[in-house]
Write a protein that binds this ligand. Structure first.
Ligand code: ATP
Ligand code: MG
Length: 281
């Protein structure tokens, strides 16, 4: 089971959009994921039509009442499944603190036998804050995916993420695999090219080759409770999220999962066609 945490302390950079559409790309490729919404704003929960009436049915009761994760899973439209969030999760920092036991609770929950038997990849959407919830997501994952909207402030904010990850690595005693992803990318702007050059210099191989274009269909789809593939399957946004999945699969993430990439792929991101990936192949 591969666990991807979509994290950036900065708000509005495309974390939820990326969790949603990467999840949808996985489902299209025959590998429906389990989404975990760890943001008290519960946007991912809302967009997937999975809103719950009380914190009891959400990740909050995993933390408050030690309810097993398997009991909280519910369907998430055409994507797969989700463990929803609820506004109650906003109390997590005050109620639970940040002791080692607390920040590793999700990792422990995911290592339970019932979760281990579930081979679906997991995508965790974080809130724009480094509190107990984001720390849980960072301690539980195999890969941190860091969306950065393509502007100078967001690029600056990403340097803060790098510092956070380096500090965590001292506790984890290993390097956390990470990929930075430029979102809302508008290549017609000179500023975009400057930011791309700076991001390449700052992040090197940790920067995704794929960029997610500024795309009106991507912006519209959440209001319709749709993924980009449902709302505008031929849009640039859909192509970009498909390319992101292909890039992550090609880098060896999602080991153990059988992922069949659709045939109508873009050709401008420099790799030959590879249609079916399997662990160890
Ligand atoms: N590629 C894109 N093109 C156009 N609009 C986009 C794109 N990606 C995201 N947006 C829009 O940008 C806004 C912020 O995106 P999103 O909610 O995914 O960010 P976030 O990082 O999850 O925010 P928060 O920190 O509040 O959780 C949303 O209105 C979303 O529709
Ligand atoms: Mg969000």
């Amino acid at each position: 089971m591969a666990v991807i945490t979509v994290f950036n302390q900065k708000g509005g950079v495309g974390k939820t959009t990326t969790s949603l559409n990467l999840g949808a790309a996985l489902a299209r490729a025959g590998c429906p994921p389990l989404l975990i919404d760890l943001d008290p704003q519960a946007h991912l929960t809302l967009i997937t039509g999975s809103a719950v009436d009380s914190g009891e049915e959400s990740m909050f009761s995993f933390y408050l009442k030690t309810r097993p994760l398997t009991e909280l899973i519910r369907p998430a439209g055409n994507i797969g499944r989700i463990i929803p969030s609820h506004l109650d999760l906003a109390k997590a920092d005050t109620l639970f603190g940040k002791s080692y036991n607390v920040v590793t609770r999700l990792a422990t929950g995911l290592s339970a036998e019932a979760m281990q038997q579930d081979r679906a990849p997991i995508v965790i959407d974080c809130c724009p804050m480094l509190g107990v919830l984001s720390l849980n997501a960072l301690f539980a994952c195999d890969l941190v995916l860091i969306p950065i909207s393509t502007d100078f402030l967001a690029l600056n904010g990403a340097a803060q993420v790098e510092k956070t990850l380096k500090a965590l690595e001292q506790v984890l005693k290993k390097r956390l695999p990470r990929r930075y992803l430029l979102t809302r990318f508008d290549k017609r702007r000179k500023m975009t090219r400057q930011i791309l050059a700076q991001a390449q210099e700052k992040f090197g191989d940790d920067l995704c080759t794929t960029t997610i274009a500024e795309n009106v269909s991507v912006a519209e789809s959440p209001a319709l409770n749709k993924t980009i593939f449902e709302h505008a399957p031929n849009s640039r946004g859909a192509q970009d999220y498909e390319a992101l999945l292909e890039e992550l699969v090609g880098s060896g993430f999602f080991a153990g999962a059988e992922i069949t990439l659709p045939h109508n792929k873009r050709t401008d991101y420099g790799r030959g066609p590879r249609l079916v990936y399997q662990a160890g192949i």
